[in-house]
Design a protein around this ligand. Structure first.
Ligand SMILES: [Zn+2]
Length: 323
């Protein structure tokens, strides 16, 4: 068919070449064009005939085309016209056929029917809604991931002395919690003071006048100058050390010999062990160990705030101390 068309175009070109002035020939060209107009009319007629049995006519059209091919080689204008008519017929048949196919596909998918469209839209809305619901649920679930630690079941090792301070509004408010997200390291900011002295100070705050008392402080653990560890407040309760993060943190106060805030070796070793043990028990990682400074910007613990490398080394030592 393409070859045939090419022959047609060539014929037209030849004619165009001849079709220079004189005007008499120009008229001829109009006559040459007219058959195509009549063929388009024929196309319309055949089209209306085709509607009934496009499938059968399709083969007939193809046959006609084969015949048209042979006839066209004679370059007889009349034959050419008939050939064009047949080609038009065939095109029309193919067109009708593809139209029928589209209709069949439409029927099968139901996408062009109004009711089918509604069902499809509802289905799409349902799928999208379910997806959004699942996504949102997953997001929320991920945000509030289940907490697997039972704080009440955590038992301190033998090297930790439990000596809880009295319940009072200034240092042990008796507020329970079920979750710990961070471990916060402090320094006592009182050079040379012992763990016992600091523990007793927290306990003494209970003696303040409830109306006029102003001092409020405490810590879950204190690590002393000789490496001793005293627990002042159960980890199931909040202590007053990490505001505004008292709700979900465990605090460790650390004693130091001088104003630099650097811990001695015994204290440091105990602090590493205590922090590593807490990480294990509370299912936390070294990255969950933070400084008081990281909570509210206070210069505490001083040595680890002023010496970033020492802080990083401490976290590394904690990691190494975890089995
Ligand atoms: Zn602090």
């Amino acid at each position: 068919m393409r070859k045939d068309e090419k022959a047609d175009i060539e014929l037209d070109r030849d004619y165009e070449a001849i079709r220079q002035i004189p005007p008499a020939l120009d008229e001829g060209s109009e006559r040459k064009k007219s058959p195509s107009a009549s063929s388009s009319f024929a196309r319309g007629r055949t089209g209306s005939i085709m509607v009934g049995g496009a499938r059968g006519n399709r083969g007939e059209g193809a046959g006609a085309n084969r015949r048209g091919k042979g006839e066209a080689s004679y370059r007889d204008k009349g034959a050419k016209r008939r050939s064009r008519g047949r080609r038009a017929k065939m095109k029309e048949a193919v067109y009708r056929q593809s139209e029928e196919d589209v209709l069949l596909i439409s029927k099968a998918t139901g996408c062009c029917k109004s009711r089918g469209g509604l069902v499809f839209a509802l289905l799409l809305a349902f799928v999208l809604g379910a997806g959004a619901g699942l996504g949102g649920g997953y997001y929320l679930w991920g945000w509030e991931r289940p907490y697997m630690v039972d704080l009440k079941a955590v038992e301190v090792p033998g090297w930790v002395t439990q000596d809880f301070i009295r319940k009072n509004i200034f240092s042990r408010p008796d507020v329970s919690r079920k979750r710990v997200n961070n471990i916060v390291i402090h320094y006592v900011a009182n050079p040379g003071s012992t763990a016992r002295k600091n523990r007793d100070y927290f306990d003494s705050l209970a003696d303040q006048d409830p109306q006029s008392g102003k001092a409020s402080a405490s810590s879950h653990f204190i690590v002393g100058l000789e490496g001793e560890v005293i627990q002042c407040v159960p980890i199931t309760e909040i202590a007053y050390a990490n505001a505004p993060r008292n709700e979900d943190t465990v605090s460790i106060e650390v004693c130091h010999p001088d104003d630099t805030g650097k811990f001695n070796d015994a204290t440091y070793k105990s602090l590493v062990n205590l922090t590593a043990w807490l990480c294990r028990e509370l299912k936390l990682a070294p990255k969950d160990v933070i400084r008081h400074y990281d909570v509210n910007g206070k210069e505490c613990p001083r040595y680890f705030v002023k010496n970033q490398d020492a802080w990083k080394q401490f976290l590394k030592d904690v990691k190494d101390a975890m089995p």
